[in-house]
Design a protein around this ligand. Structure first.
Ligand SMILES: [Zn+2]
Length: 154
């Protein structure tokens, strides 16, 4: 984990939840490993919901050389557990708001991720985002979404 570094996307993007119609927010960012681009992510923070849930869209591979064919992406739901840690659940990529964004590469279903050698990398990057992105971290802690390092929504 210590080889990773994070760069936060500038904006906090509101979106309308398809389930309840309330407004939630998405933040984004990228992760590098040993200074090479490694992953990009979107984190949907379900702020109107009573149950705290951050939904991460994470794309791995080919970010250094612009090769979309090498990229694969997964959709992971993160919920707080026992006040200290988080529970992570791989979901199907087609559930993600970003399912039509070709730049992310090939979407992976839950079954594909679970049997993939990338599985542990997805978990490691998700863990790092939860720990390092102030918006995601504050939200999962039950606090107001922190805008540290970002601009306010328009
Ligand atoms: Zn909702």
């Amino acid at each position: 984990m210590s080889d990773y570094a994070i760069e936060l996307g500038e904006t906090v993007q509101p979106f309308t939840c398809t389930h309840c119609g309330e407004e939630a927010v998405t933040v984004s960012g990228s992760v590098s490993e040993q200074e090479a681009p490694y992953a990009i992510y979107f984190a949907a923070l379900m702020t109107p919901h009573e149950q705290i849930s951050a939904r991460l869209t994470i794309s791995l591979g080919g970010w250094g050389d612009d090769d979309e064919a090498e990229r694969q992406w997964a959709y992971i739901e993160v919920r707080p557990k026992d006040g200290e840690s988080c529970a992570m659940m791989i979901r199907d990529a087609k559930e993600s708001l970003h399912k039509n964004e070709k730049v992310l590469g090939t979407p992976m279903s839950r079954a594909e991720v679970l049997k993939s050698p990338l599985r542990d990398e997805f978990y490691a990057v998700a863990d790092y985002i939860v720990f390092k992105d102030p918006a995601v971290k504050s939200y999962l802690a039950g606090d107001e979404v922190s805008l540290v390092g970002r601009e306010k929504p328009e």
